[in-house]
Design a protein around this ligand. Structure first.
Ligand SMILES: Cc1ncc(COP(=O)(O)O)c(C=O)c1O
Length: 487
């Protein structure tokens, strides 16, 4: 006799109905082999008495099991565990109704060691970030109001369905106007795809441009997530030095003479990670080379909005008449990283292809959020927000620079960046991150994966120290811990 009263535990206070609990536990017993194929189940009256529940609960559970095919009824004989259920491997061991997902897969798969894990060390007091906004200044009330308005707008029913992988049409229209005005572009909605951030633009360009063995040129050193996206797509990376005037176009020209180069990726406004601006002469040289050698320029303009000592420098895309530049940016640095709204701009045919590629991984963006951002931009709030936070970030940059010079100037070389949200601080000899970083972590200061700034293993010891996200007290607290790491 099967001891149902000890095998089945019903939870009367649970939000799951008793009959569903019972059905699931009976399924568990069948899967575990406690109830073998063809085993007769007790009558509903007997089981109701055994378990102390109403008979209707048992009948409902049996009905559920019959419907799912776990048990079957034979007229005048009773209810039996279905006769054609195969035994699961591992059955017979004591298992719960639900099974834990195994840590290791039971199939062959590829884990790529180049892909960086996302780690949060919440126990640390401060983290050195590589330049992000202060999300406390995110205009959430405004955005929340607009999001709600859009969600409840009876004239916008189509937003809720499957839409264009190129993104919300209204945001595309608004961005065309905004980018033409602020960046000197001359684009139409055919040239723009809304992404979930600059990183998606990088990923899409890698997918479209790069096949196994194709050469992509990047700076030495470069934004590591871009490096990895291109390598993941099969690219061979060639690195070109970056000096105080940005990517060295002379070296690039030499490389072009001996190699077929598919694309050059760069962040000309403020090179990531070193923060320098590509000067005008090199900009023109780069565009000329791209025309002559027919390669794509992937222009990542992730921090266009933040420049403190000069007017914004118009992107390469604003000088591109021949269709060489793919231009990408987002609001993720400007407003807050959580708002996954960006844009990918290029020749119409590339945008069409990018939309097809995007469709198979993301289908579409969040049309409600995109429409809300369109209203946010069209009503002038984005520009107002940029004006406000730029003022504050400039103050933070100046205070941060002075404090770093005073407190840790003996350990780092760094300049005052003209824009962006981070310092590029290079550890002086003989200090090494491999010994300093663990010490800092013990003190409560995380610097993340510092090796990502030196994927070519040149041993330069540079990291980015973000200044925008921390108020002066927080920055001072961070610097205090940083200094202690050298004592
Ligand atoms: C150079 C660069 N490009 C792209 C990105 C990705 O930005 P988004 O959040 O817009 O995807 C970052 C983020 O840190 C970045 O530093």
């Amino acid at each position: 006799m099967i001891p149902f009263d000890s095998l089945i535990q019903l939870e009367r206070n649970s939000s799951v109905a008793l009959f569903v609990q019972l059905a699931n536990q009976l399924i568990g017993l069948i899967k575990q082999g406690h109830l073998a194929v063809g085993t007769p189940l007790p009558s509903s009256r007997v089981l109701a008495e055994t378990l102390g529940v109403h008979r209707k609960t048992i009948v409902a559970a049996y009905d559920e099991l019959i419907m799912q095919g776990w048990v079957e009824t034979i007229p005048k004989k009773g209810t039996f565990v279905a006769f054609d259920i195969p035994q699961l491997q591992g059955a017979g061991k004591r298992m719960k109704t639900s099974v834990k997902v195994s840590t290791t897969p039971n199939f062959d798969w590829c884990s790529d060691p180049r892909l960086m894990p996302f780690e949060v060390k919440a126990h640390l007091k401060y983290h050195i970030d590589d330049g992000v906004s202060d999300s406390r200044w995110s205009p959430n009330a405004q955005l929340g109001k607009l999001y709600r308005q859009v969600l409840l707008d009876p004239t916008l029913p189509d937003l809720m369905g499957y839409g264009d992988p190129k993104g919300n049409q209204y945001l595309r229209e608004v961005l065309v106007g905004y980018l033409n005005e602020t960046r000197g572009l001359d684009i139409s909605t055919k040239n723009i795809l809304i992404t979930r951030g600059s990183q998606m633009g990088i990923h899409l360009s890698a997918k479209i441009l790069v096949g196994p063995g194709d050469v992509v040129v990047v700076g030495e050193t470069n934004y590591s997530a871009a490096d990895i996206s291109f390598e993941k797509a099969g690219a061979t990376l060639m690195r070109v030095p970056v000096d105080e005037n940005g990517l060295d176009t002379k070296t690039l020209e030499e490389l072009l003479k001996g190699n077929k180069i598919r694309a050059v990726y760069l962040t000309p406004h403020h090179h990531h990670p070193t923060t320098v601006t590509l000067n005008a002469r090199r900009r023109m040289q780069l565009l000329n080379l791209a025309q002559r050698y027919r390669f794509a320029i992937m222009e990542d303009d992730y921090d266009y909005d933040f420049h403190y000592d000069h007017a914004p420098i118009l992107p390469l895309a604003s000088h591109d008449s021949q269709g060489n530049v793919l231009y990408m940016g987002s609001v993720c640095k400007t407003v807050a990283p959580v708002f996954r709204v960006g844009y990918f701009i290029g020749p119409e045919q590339v945008i069409e292809e990018a939309a097809r590629v995007r469709r198979y991984i993301d289908r579409q963006g969040d049309a409600v959020l995109e429409h809300a951002f369109a209203r946010f931009i069209a009503q002038g709030h984005l520009e107002g927000h940029i004006r406000k936070v730029s003022r504050e970030y400039k103050l933070r940059r100046d205070l941060g620079y002075a404090l770093l010079k005073k407190e840790v100037g003996d350990y780092f070389d760094f300049d005052l960046p003209k824009g962006g949200m981070a310092f590029w601080a290079v550890l002086k000899a003989p200090y090494q991150w491999s010994t300093i970083a663990p010490k800092l972590e013990k003190l409560g200061l995380g610097i993340g994966d510092w090796m990502r700034y030196d994927r070519a293993q040149k041993g330069h010891g540079g990291i980015r120290i973000g200044f925008a996200s921390k108020n002066p007290e927080e920055f001072a607290g961070m610097v205090r811990l940083l200094k202690q790491g050298f004592n």
